[in-house]
Write a protein that binds this ligand. Structure first.
Ligand SMILES: Cc1cc2nc3c(=O)[nH]c(=O)nc-3n(C[C@H](O)[C@H](O)[C@H](O)COP(=O)(O)OP(=O)(O)OC[C@H]3O[C@@H](n4cnc5c(N)ncnc54)[C@H](O)[C@@H]3O)c2cc1C
Length: 470
């Protein structure tokens, strides 16, 4: 049952003071307002705020201080941690500006802007930004968490493209953070970006890419071992312009999936190449010859169509997730990736839906350790993601779903991963070394000594911060 009337005078005043909106437990849209993208997570903040601008952010901060609450930002909710109790949860949808400066190759992007919206605006410009695979994720959410992009092998961890960050800090001041104004804070924001303030806008680098080629190639699931081995061979000396995300998927029996593939298990290779079809052809020929091809969706495309390559779901869904950064396989790539394919088959009856593996290398491996809080720490060769899409009220047993993958990867993982790859309940001790965590904690103490801000990805215990969480 929801409370019949408001009982908190500070929040009552905030409702009146805001130009935007504050949603609380007795409001009709409370359940949709508080829900993250991952519907398996039942998060219960104190209230959900939709500020109209920086002045509203100051009002929210004052109210949080007066009431002893904390503030957390969740633009789209693709990476929720689960625990936002005691927090006012801020959604930045009103911060929606996009300004493209083609001459300077810089985009100014509000912190509520999704990748889909930014890439649509870049379409036809011949310029690209370091986008990930999903158009519904926010630009801020991906970049402030490090971010793995289709273009990471070419241009590095996506956070490195951040030139400037504008944020409302713990005192309510609107700061502009650049490499000149505060290099240490900029370093920290490029990976641990939710800990220091409410970001209102980012300025990011754009890169010329007049030709793009790519799409998904679909193979029978039985050929997964051959396909994975072929991708590993290609990527061992591929140019950084080529990215391949590959894996296995149990396709749902739904209308959106074309009939021959509907309800089937398939292996896939999702390709993005910065260059022409002619230059991509010799690189991809061994892959196309590695197994019978069920469908080949590769074609020239423009940046506004990037999301079609992976065609990931954008509607909120209940998912159980697992990720790992793979260093190397003791028995070599062919054997190690083959073991992962077999683990996928073993875990399918327990509810495993998808396994996606991204080949790293290129600029990710070369990025200087000081470029971001992430770079230089991601000393891995592959990023793996596995997910179980839960239907109805279904609950899957995480050990049954992910145990086979974990066992197949024993001794082959880094133990640390990108902050954007952290799953529910994981903190930044799963992304950074103790030295980096201490450096981040020191920035936190300087910027937010009272710890008014908390993040989906807090620093974690033993990281030199004054609290057990952040
Ligand atoms: C289907 C899917 C595909 C994905 N693909 C990729 C991918 O290709 N590459 C990749 O790296 N990741 C990927 N992710 C992970 C995703 O990038 C992260 O979970 C990201 O943080 C989610 O963005 P969001 O906009 O939903 O942010 P939310 O989950 O809403 O927030 C994430 C965190 O970002 C910080 N934050 C966001 N905005 C602000 C702000 N304005 N001020 C201060 N802090 C802020 C906060 O710490 C917040 O806790 C994917 C996730 C999903 C579900």
């Amino acid at each position: 049952m929801t409370p019949a009337s408001p009982s908190d005078p500070v929040l009552n005043d905030l409702v009146d003071a805001l130009d935007g909106r504050l949603v609380r437990a007795y409001d009709e849209d409370w359940d949709s307002a508080r829900a993250p993208w991952n519907l398996a997570i039942d998060q219960r903040p104190v209230a959900v705020a939709y500020p109209a601008g920086p002045e509203d952010l100051r009002r929210i901060l004052s109210a949080a201080r007066a009431d002893g609450h904390r503030v957390t930002v969740q633009p789209r909710g693709h990476g929720p941690a689960g625990d936002v109790s005691g927090c006012i949860l801020v959604r930045t949808s009103a911060f929606d500006e996009i300004v493209i400066d083609e001459r300077r190759r810089v985009a100014r992007v509000g912190s509520g802007v999704s990748w889909g919206a930014l890439l649509a605006r870049l379409d036809g410009s011949g310029l690209v930004a370091l986008a990930g695979s999903n158009p519904d994720v926010s630009v801020a959410g991906l970049l402030l968490g490090g971010g793995h992009s289709w273009f990471s092998r070419w241009r590095g961890i996506a956070a490195c493209s951040i030139r400037a960050v504008e944020l409302v800090d713990a005192t309510g001041e609107l700061r502009r953070v650049t490499a000149e104004s505060d290099p240490e804070l900029l370093w920290a924001l490029r990976g641990a970006g939710g800990l220091f303030g409410i970001v209102t806008a980012l300025e990011i680098d754009l890169y010329p890419a007049p030709d793009l080629f790519g799409g998904t190639i679909v193979f029978p699931a039985s050929a997964a071992e051959a396909v994975f081995a072929s991708v590993a061979t290609i990527m061992a000396d591929a140019p950084p312009e080529l990215s391949i995300f590959f894996g296995l998927i149990n396709l749902p029996d739904i209308e959106q999936v074309p009939p021959p593939l509907r309800g089937q298990t398939v292996a896939n290779a999702e390709v993005v190449f910065v260059g022409t079809a002619e230059d991509a052809a010799p690189l991809l020929a061994p892959l196309l010859a590695s197994a019978p091809v069920l469908a080949d969706g590769t074609r020239p495309f423009t940046i506004g169509h990037l999301a079609e390559v992976a065609a990931e779901p954008i509607e909120p869904a209940a998912t159980l997730e697992w990720t790992a950064a793979i260093t190397s396989f003791a028995g070599g790539d062919e054997a190690g990736l083959g073991a992962l394919a077999r683990a996928f088959r073993e875990a399918t009856p327990a509810g495993l839906t998808v396994l996606g593996i991204r080949a790293l290398g290129g600029a990710v491996a070369e990025q200087g350790a000081d470029a971001t809080a992430v770079a230089g720490r991601l000393d891995a060769r592959y990023l793996a993601f596995a997910g179980s899409f839960l239907t109805g009220q279904g609950h899957a047993d995480p050990e049954a779903v992910f145990g086979p993958l974990r066992r197949a990867l024993a001794g082959s993982t880094l133990g640390l991963t990108l902050p954007t790859y952290l799953t529910t309940g994981q903190d930044l001790t799963h992304s950074f070394t103790p030295e980096t965590l201490e450096r981040l904690a020191s920035v936190k103490r300087r910027l937010d000594p009272d710890r008014i801000f908390t993040s989906n990805r807090p620093l974690g215990p033993g990281s030199g911060s004054s609290s057990d969480t952040d």
